[in-house]
Design a protein around this ligand. Sequence first.
Ligand SMILES: CC(C)(COP(=O)(O)OP(=O)(O)OC[C@H]1O[C@@H](n2cnc3c(N)ncnc32)[C@H](O)[C@@H]1OP(=O)(O)O)[C@@H](O)C(=O)NCCC(=O)NCCS
Length: 173
Amino acid sequence: MEESTVTIRELAEADIDRMVELANNEKISVNLRDQFPHPYTHKDAVEFMKMLKSNDRLIVFAIDYNGSYAGNIGLVLETDVYRKCADIGYFLGEPYWNKGVMTKALNLATSFGFEKLKLVRIHCGVYEYNKASQRVLEKCGYEKEGIFKKAISKKGKIWDEVRFAKINPAFND
Ligand SMILES: CC(C)(COP(=O)(O)OP(=O)(O)OC[C@H]1O[C@@H](n2cnc3c(N)ncnc32)[C@H](O)[C@@H]1OP(=O)(O)O)[C@@H](O)C(=O)NCCC(=O)NCCS
């Protein structure tokens, strides 16, 4: 059987139509901030691309699975005393779930953050019910650091947020 390939690359205008098809899924939006809307429209994607161009603290890659656009993964660079940290966020289109794609993409984006951007720490907050994302973070060597109790208000209900982080091995004491 042929080995599947996962790469991350610059997001392009040509990705917009497929991004809308895949992002317009409540099983995805329920795990993300409300700024990722449902339904997810062409206009939302165009505005997102525009925002990326005007915000140099936001670095978003397309995830390619066997040469096709499959989702996004991005780093939000923090400021002030947190300038060596970034928050990481991601989504993958449902047809590609449970094939190890995000585990590969997260490893690639984490390496980019540590090796190219020289970040010391990358963190991620996951809603308590999102077991798949928690598992992906664990598989990529992120450590569960704690729980922000009842931090999340999503779709009219209150949830805990599970906080994960990975430290750049170059900065391990
Ligand atoms: C979460 C998400 C990124 C996972 O991507 P993926 O490519 O399917 O992940 P992988 O295949 O690399 O790994 C998934 C792991 O979770 C496990 N898993 C899947 N569903 C699970 C569940 N309901 N409970 C527990 N584990 C689950 C899989 O078995 C696998 O672990 P394993 O390799 O030990 O068997 C993807 O489902 C997604 O984009 N979801 C919507 C958006 C989202 O949640 N973004 C993250 C916000 S923090």
